[in-house]
Design a protein around this ligand. Structure first.
Ligand code: PGA
Length: 248
């Protein structure tokens, strides 16, 4: 087990309502303290209300995307400056759903990560292979390619990002990478980061993809898995709390 403090991040995706959010956040707040850092990444309209609800607590919050642009005529986009304006801590970038449904490529993902960091918002950069890529033996090449452009683009700031390994075939499918499969990729990513920055040993690499209360502890026990990015299970208070406890 590493000495890096674990981080558990809930990715609510496009779920929630004011009533449901209040209930969920209330339950998580009531379950503290956790022995790990805990954050929720909520849909844009709920950011400010989430900020108010969590103010004064140790629970962190973030967005699920951010624009690569500083400002301008980009209808529908939200800038890092706007997120920073009211204290946003994290922005997920390069989630596989955005790569797949919004055609986000590696350079755009890297530019979004850079825009976030430029405003003091920590990017949670997602990488991960599809099932076809895994079966073709391309996992290593795919995740390294996805991460290398981000490392190059962030340059001396690369150590300030959080990385999330999310095999696409495990997201929302109930099919989790085994702790050994996940650890093998995390070790590769750690080595890639180490080659770029001396701070890689303290950087967090999260695992995401069907993390549930019954598999979280085994995943989090791996030496290079520093917590989780949790989708479906982050919407159920009892499950998310159990996963946060498994990280502590
Ligand atoms: P899941 O999603 O936990 O529902 O598999 C993870 C994610 O997409 O971040």
């Amino acid at each position: 087990m590493s000495t890096r403090r674990k981080l558990v991040v809930g990715n609510w995706k496009m779920y929630g309502s004011r009533v449901a959010n209040a209930e969920l956040l209330g339950a998580i707040l009531g379950a503290r303290p956790f022995g790990a850092d805990v954050a929720v990444c909520v849909p844009f309209p709920y950011l400010s209300e989430t900020a108010v609800t969590l103010a004064g607590s140790d629970l962190r919050w973030g967005a699920q995307d951010v624009s690569a642009h500083e400002q301008g005529a980009y209808t529908g986009e939200v800038s890092a400056a706007m997120l920073h304006d009211f204290g946003c801590r994290y922005a997920i970038v390069g989630h596989s759903e955005r790569r797949a449904y919004h055609a986000e490529g590696d350079q755009l993902v890297a530019d979004k990560a850079k825009a976030a960091l430029g405003r003091g918002v920590t990017p949670i950069v997602c990488v991960g292979e599809t099932l076809a890529q895994r079966e073709a033996g391309e996992t290593e090449a795919v995740v390294k390619r996805q991460l290398s452009l981000v490392i190059h683009t962030l340059a001396h700031c690369a150590s300030e990002m959080v990385v999330a390994y999310e095999p696409v075939w495990a997201i929302g499918t109930g099919r989790t990478a085994t702790p050994e499969q996940a650890q093998a990729v995390h070790a590769l990513l750690r080595a890639q980061l180490l080659a770029a920055t001396p701070h890689a040993a303290v950087m967090k690499i999260l695992y995401g993809g069907s993390v549930k209360p019954d598999n979280a502890a085994a995943l989090f026990a791996q030496p290079d898995i520093d917590g989780g990015l949790i989708g479906g299970a982050s919407l159920k208070a009892a499950d998310f709390i159990a996963i946060c406890r498994a990280a502590g």
